[in-house]
Design a protein around this ligand. Structure first.
Ligand code: NAP
Length: 326
């Protein structure tokens, strides 16, 4: 039975849907499975989908949005009414000024066949062009005020910048609804003292945890350094795999007798910290395991046990996103 808790739910990440370089996507082989994945999400009440205009490599750029648009169009009217699809627009250098996102927004909305409920700044430009993101975000606020999209979010923004953007948009009467940052047992910085989770709580901004399974490192079989995936993820698995054995052991103990196994432990740790995880899903089986996590929660003592392991000095860490601002 689903719990009555006020912890956040779970959303779905779609970075892999169209990405050949990191995720080995192949259209003919993968699209039927992704359609079944989407359908299973709706059956299991996972209704928040995260995508981006930059998802899809090379000639497949925008593929994730295109697939989501096709799948959502085929959903029942009941499900369509409950879906929330959030895209992220990249502030590539040539997207400048208050009108800088207009064309990108229209293109994303067209790929999504009009089903676009939230638009997000994909990353902060604070580290390389701090003047760029303000006008771009103002342009997103215009889209909300005009009724072109229901809500606005930001991503890869740190505590300082989040406060600045929140003030800027509050002056225009548009709230920031969500902040999306890397957050997992191997990237716990947002929930540390002085981290961005505190600012989100204070300002009433929903926190979204991306890469909550550390690109699969937390969900793989018992020894992730064995049988690491091909490509760039493999190097990461070989480097961090051996360092996380005590953490994996603790996760296995907490998973015992509970639906969803270790995946559910990783996701429920995010939820216990007030964040909605958006694991990257690409099979109906993964959807089931993910949705099973919603049937239980970590107790405060169990959460603290994991906190002590992952916040310890020298604990294994995922590489930080280079565009994450202070
Ligand atoms: N805002 C940003 O800058 C940003 C950056 C990164 C990601 N994101 C968003 O966050 C989403 C999630 O992050 P992510 O895709 O990077 O990584 P992730 O969710 O941490 O990991 C995805 C991996 O988890 C595995 N997995 C998922 N569910 C599983 C299950 N039930 N059992 C076993 N393995 C499972 C998948 O395995 P397989 O390989 O076997 O499929 C895949 O390798 C993305 O899709 C994207 O929407 C946003």
């Amino acid at each position: 039975m689903a719990s009555q808790s006020r912890q956040p739910g779970i959303g779905v990440g779609t970075w892999a849907w169209g990405n050949q370089f990191l995720w080995g996507y192949a259209p003919e082989r993968d699209d039927p499975r992704l359609a079944a994945t989407f359908a299973r999400c709706l059956e299991r009440d996972l209704l928040f989908f995260d995508t981006a205009d930059s998802y899809g490599t090379g000639r497949l750029n925008g593929r994730s949005e295109t697939l989501l648009g096709q799948f959502a169009a085929a959903a029942s009217p009941l499900h369509q009414g409950r879906l929330c699809i959030a895209t992220k627009l990249a502030p590539f250098p040539w997207r400048l000024g208050r009108q800088g996102y207009r064309r990108a927004f229209a293109a994303s909305r067209a790929r999504l066949q009009g089903r676009l409920h939230r638009v997000q700044l994909h990353w902060s430009t604070a580290r390389y062009a701090p003047w760029q993101e303000g006008p771009l975000v103002d342009g997103l606020a215009d889209l909300v005020r005009e009724g072109a999209v229901a809500s606005l979010g930001v991503s890869n923004v740190g505590p300082e910048r989040l406060r600045q953007l929140q003030r800027r948009l509050a002056d225009q009467g548009v709230p920031i609804r969500s902040l999306q940052v890397q957050l997992s047992l191997l990237a716990p910085q947002p929930i540390q003292s002085g981290g961005v989770a505190e600012v989100c709580r204070e300002l009433g901004i929903a926190l979204i945890a991306y890469s909550p399974l550390a690109l699969g490192l937390l969900s793989r079989g018992d020894d992730p350094s064995q049988g690491a995936p091909a490509g760039p993820r493999g190097a990461l698995f070989r480097r961090l795999g051996p360092k996380i054995r005590p953490l994996r052991q603790a996760m296995a103990e907490l998973a015992q007798g509970r639906p969803g196994g270790r995946v559910a432990v990783a996701l429920n740790w995010c939820r216990a910290h007030g964040a909605m995880p958006i694991p990257g899903l690409r099979s109906p089986e993964q959807v089931d395991q993910t949705a099973d996590a919603l049937s239980w929660e970590l107790s405060p003592a169990e959460r603290e046990r994991l906190d002590a392991l992952v916040l310890a000095e020298g604990a294994a860490r995922m590489p930080a996103n280079p565009f994450q601002s202070a």
